[in-house]
Design a protein around this ligand. Structure first.
Ligand code: C2E
Ligand code: MG
Ligand code: MG
Length: 266
């Protein structure tokens, strides 16, 4: 797989899908998360769960991360009032020139820093806490937002939320899947309340049902992401989705039970 992946990065056989992040009422598109895919002639469509860790273990993550950031910034530069969220591997984050690399890439693409969000995981912090804090402070001072992805899955301690300069946490979908159970609901409610008390925004991932949306909205979770609103889609489909949401003539904006889905539009 390694030579093929290396060639795919060089030959542009990767592409990005974008998954909408909407306000808790489902009516406003605020951001989209860039999710990488690989179209391989022999393997077909390869999902990131199958190749990102291969890139990480075999010295390809810099090239892959570079490709993703460049392309996400370039596509997002033409979006109107929608931010792009880009996943950052801990190995990329460890680069000594990481802050320069990000700011140079966004500037070259013409993307306003305020429209860029980086999704990091707690591992990025534990590798070298002092340096991580410095890098995150520098990025935030420039207007780039930082989200802690997959919150609650690893060993994320609560003190991390105080120590790390963050804007947002993303509650992992494994927690969202359990909000129908009493203890699952209590955990999510407590996490949202804690994050809000610390001045952080919260995005809940993996929203698949209207019941989950209602629960998270009642908890005062700020943003939602999940198949209920849209699967990850192409940049063109994302733009069509944004236009339909903005269009007041669309009946679904005004409170129908079924949300508008990007995959049903373009
Ligand atoms: P993630 O950053 O937590 O991204 C969310 C994943 O959950 C995406 O899977 C998305 O398609 C999936 N998802 C979203 N909503 C739902 C839902 O309602 N139900 C279910 N069952 N799944 C949902 P995807 O695209 O396969 O990405 C998996 C992981 O691969 C990402 O998790 C991220 O950790 C990593 N990844 C993706 N793109 C990149 C990238 O460009 N760079 C790096 N370093 N990692 C990436
Ligand atoms: Mg993510
Ligand atoms: Mg996540």
């Amino acid at each position: 797989m390694i030579p093929d992946l290396s060639a795919a990065i060089r030959n542009n056989d990767l592409f990005l899908h974008y998954q909408p992040q909407v306000t808790a009422d489902g009516l406003t598109l605020v951001a989209a998360e860039a999710l990488v895919r690989w179209r391989d002639p022999r393997r077909g469509l390869v999902q990131p769960a199958q190749f990102v860790h291969v890139a990480e273990r075999n010295g390809l993550i810099d090239q892959l991360g570079c490709w993703v950031l460049e392309n996400a910034c370039r596509e997002a530069a033409s979006w109107d009032a929608i931010s792009v969220a880009v996943n950052v591997s801990p190995l990329q984050f460890r680069r000594h020139d990481f802050v320069d690399f990000v700011t140079r890439t966004a500037s070259d693409a013409g993307l306003d820093f305020r429209n860029l969000e980086l999704e990091i995981t707690e591992t990025s912090y534990f590798d070298d806490p002092a340096r991580a804090e410095d890098s995150l402070r520098e990025l935030r001072a420039l207007g780039i937002r930082i989200a802690l992805d997959d919150f609650g899955v690893g060993y994320s301690s609560l003190s991390l939320l105080r120590r790390l300069p963050l804007d947002k946490i993303k509650i992992d979908r494994s927690f969202v899947a359990e909000v129908g159970l009493a203890d699952g609901a209590a955990i999510v409610q407590a996490v949202v309340a804690l994050a809000c008390a610390l001045g952080l925004k919260v995005t809940a991932e993996g929203i698949e049902t209207v019941e989950q949306q209602r629960f998270l909205a009642a908890c005062k979770c700020h943003f939602l992401q999940g198949y209920l609103f849209s699967r990850p889609v192409s940049a063109t489909e994302l733009t069509a989705y944004a236009e339909r949401l903005r269009d007041p003539r669309d009946g679904r904006r005004s409170g129908g039970d079924e949300p508008l889905r990007a995959q049903d539009i373009a």
